[in-house]
Design a protein around this ligand. Structure first.
Ligand SMILES: [Zn+2]
Length: 210
């Protein structure tokens, strides 16, 4: 059976049933982010740390709206592929796990309003987002990391000054990355970024039309 084959390599580290549940939760989370317009085309990727040796990660070049269990990849902490065709942004995920002992899940998406702020008003973003109490209570401040070419090692290295103290970070001109100690907390943090950016976008347009 195809689904069982896809998780055969991580049976050693987590119980079979748990591995299946993790895949199911990631598939659901990807659909949720896709519906919220944060995963256009084949954008974005998600990973989950199964053990110190194995990280489950979404595949390269696949729409996350139609992700299937058999398409998941597994990598080790050095980025070697153990199974499947991992996301080209795997090095960024590994940098997060390396620097954040509590991270079990990493989410990368392209939240459009947050990206627009990073492109047009980065310094205002950092000031204004601090004024939203739900942001501070939920994820703390949301800094903007400098741009790096996607899929390069530099992309992960640009995050190092923000880790582990930040678990929601905008990648200038590109997207955002969040992490958490479970799938829900990492996905909620991504939703929080885009919702905050939407509020600030509406507030700034109202201010300008006064
Ligand atoms: Zn990206």
């Amino acid at each position: 059976m195809q689904q069982d084959e896809s998780i055969i390599n991580f049976k050693k580290s987590v119980k079979h049933v748990e591995a299946k549940q993790i895949q199911t939760k990631i598939i659901e989370a990807c659909k949720r982010l896709y519906q919220k317009n944060m995963l256009a085309s084949t954008d974005g990727n998600m990973s989950f740390k199964l053990s110190n040796e194995q990280i489950l990660i979404t595949p390269a070049g696949v729409s996350k709206a139609y992700l299937e269990p058999s398409q998941f990849a597994i990598i080790d902490q050095q980025g070697n592929t153990l199974q499947g065709n991992p996301s080209s942004e795997k090095l960024m995920h590994l940098e997060v796990y390396k620097n954040c002992a509590d991270a079990l899940c990493v989410v990368h998406a392209h939240p459009p309003h947050a990206m627009a702020w990073s492109m047009t008003r980065p310094s205002q973003w950092e000031q204004l987002v601090k004024t939203l109490p739900e942001v501070l209570l939920d994820v703390g401040n949301i800094p903007i990391a400098p741009f790096a070419t996607p899929a390069t090692k530099q992309m992960g290295q640009n995050l190092i000054p923000f880790l582990p103290q930040n678990r929601a970070i905008i990648l200038a001109h590109h997207g955002a990355v969040t992490w958490g100690s479970c799938i829900d907390s990492a996905v909620n943090a991504m939703e929080r970024i885009e919702h905050a950016a939407l509020i600030l976008t509406i507030a700034s347009s109202l201010k300008e039309s006064k």
